[in-house]
Write a protein that binds this ligand. Structure first.
Ligand code: FES
Ligand code: FES
Length: 161
């Protein structure tokens, strides 16, 4: 076993310090070391988007990032979206539009959609579909997902964190 590395980062607004092996992916660190199991492992090779997190404002597949690479960075995971009192508008609209079935892909879709709305608060349907091309839902629930994202984009930004 290789020597563990000490890493400090800001995750969902909190300073976090952890030890990880140099080979561990960020997804493994989140799930196995930090107990943040919202990010899911679908393919573990960058194809499905189930593990999406936002790193310094950029959407990434956490299965393709090493845990040691987040030293000094800011990470947002699905656990960081809801406020203390209410869900993030994306989460609320996914519920209202029944935009989830098995739910494995859902955290990735929601995190990817947040990254889109942060960048482009009023996307067109085509922009939403294009942006979410890196997220796979094997239940093929895409239409409801797209409707939910467009509805969330209509919600006043004050409701967002
Ligand atoms: S688990 Fe990371 S892209 Fe599929
Ligand atoms: S809800 Fe089943 S894979 Fe997306």
């Amino acid at each position: 076993m290789s020597k563990k590395v000490q890493v400090q980062a800001r995750i969902n607004g909190e300073e976090v310090e952890f030890l990880c092996e140099p080979r561990q992916s960020l997804l493994e660190v989140l799930r196995d070391e930090l107990g943040l199991t919202g990010s899911k492992e679908g393919c573990n090779n960058g194809n499905c988007g189930a593990c999406n997190v936002i790193m310094d404002g950029v959407l990434v597949n956490s299965c393709l990032v090493l845990g040691v690479e987040i030293q000094g960075k800011e990470i947002t995971t699905i656990e960081g979206l809801a406020g203390p009192e209410k869900l993030h508008p994306l989460q609320q609209k996914f519920l209202e539009y029944a935009a989830l079935q098995c739910g494995i892909c859902t955290p990735g879709f929601i995190v990817a959609s947040k990254a889109l709305l942060d960048k482009n608060p009023h996307p067109t349907e085509q922009e939403v579909r294009y942006w979410l091309a890196g997220n796979l839902c094997r239940c093929t629930g895409y239409d409801k997902i797209v409707r939910a994202v467009l509805a969330a984009a209509e919600v006043d930004h004050e409701g967002r964190r």
